[in-house]
Design a protein around this ligand. Structure first.
Ligand code: C5P
Length: 305
């Protein structure tokens, strides 16, 4: 059996509409996912026992000490789940090369889980009809099915019920990473707390028509104006310094800016690839980010390389 390597993209949420808290502890969402060209790689190598190792991709400033290498690792959980489904031993070493920030709101852990699912399915020559991989993915985490699918898609329910959205051309992004991660459950809990403290009546979120139209026509300016994230006030409450980063991007001419998912990575939309390069250089110069990276989207989901 030869090793199998899979490349998996990060995501940014173009709209994250958060509905009321459900009985199962999750929130119903309208979650517009957009896969961007910042990739982790997962290599599945036959081994005597399940194991995971991780390293940073060249030039990526990743907090590797925060990547769990035990049973909490989502990629390892994905491999075990697939092995159980296939009735095989989960004897695989997963070698992860990370460029997606850890606990950064760009679904890096979910990307690694999706990568592990696809790599192990190929390694073990899983005779699974493809639709069952997304089903397994949803058991691992709400964002894992999208990491398999890629592109741009709206996710309902926990975010796992996906419908691809039509887009034109490419959108050019700048991402500012931050020191230290944010815990997704903590950000959702803060969102609930803020809403309750403000006496907010939480209604069911709806997909933004302006956003859907901007994606279909490839209109970056309209997309920038339509970006929204209901978790942003909570992320800013937990990490007030992000406001300075968002302000800096806006002042430097980003078409739109927002916290990516539950943060603390912030995302800035540019007009063109050249504009993104200028914006990235200027933002790096302000010193408000740990690292500034450029990426474009949409890109395909998990792919064997
Ligand atoms: O599904 P996943 O394990 O990635 O979710 C992590 C946490 O994020 C959940 O335990 C929950 O606190 C929160 N979450 C939520 N509603 C969603 C997705 C995630 O409240 N739709």
């Amino acid at each position: 059996m030869n090793p199998v390597t899979v490349r998996v993209p990060a995501k940014v949420n173009l709209q994250l509409g958060v509905g009321p808290l459900r009985d199962d502890g999750y929130h119903d969402l309208v979650n517009v996912f957009h896969a961007v060209s910042l990739f982790d790689e997962v290599t599945a190598v036959p081994a005597d026992a399940p194991k995971v190792t991780a390293e940073a991709a060249p030039d990526a400033r990743i907090a590797m000490e925060s990547v769990p290498l035990d049973g909490d690792n989502l990629a390892l959980r994905a491999a075990r789940l697939l092995a159980a489904k296939l009735g095989v031993e989960p004897n695989v070493e997963l070698r992860i090369r990370k460029a997606i920030p850890v606990a950064g709101g760009m679904a890096g852990g979910s990307a690694d889980a999706a990568g592990a699912l696809l790599a192990c399915a190929r390694l073990w020559k899983a005779d699974l009809a493809l639709p069952s991989l997304p089903e397994l993915a949803a058991k691992i985490g709400s964002d894992v099915p999208f990491a398999l699918l890629g592109g741009t898609a709206v996710g309902l329910g926990r975010g796992e019920r996906l419908t691809p959205l039509e887009t034109s051309g490419s959108f050019h992004w700048v991402f500012a990473t931050a020191d230290g991660g944010l815990s997704t459950p903590a950000v959702y809990a803060e969102c609930d707390r803020l809403r309750e403290a403000q006496g907010q009546q939480v209604s069911w979120p709806r997909a933004s028509e302006e956003l859907v139209k901007a994606l279909a026509s490839g209109d970056a300016r309209a997309l920038g104006a339509a970006l929204s994230n209901d978790l942003q006030p909570a992320a800013l409450m937990l990490r007030p310094s992000l406001r300075r980063t968002l302000d800096a991007g806006r002042e430097l001419g980003a078409l739109g800016s927002l916290v990516s998912g539950s943060g603390p990575t912030t995302a800035f939309l540019a007009e063109s690839a050249d504009h993104a390069a200028d914006l990235a250089a200027a933002l790096a110069g302000t010193g408000v980010a740990k690292q500034v990276v450029r990426a474009s989207g949409p890109v395909p989901g998990a792919t064997v390389v």
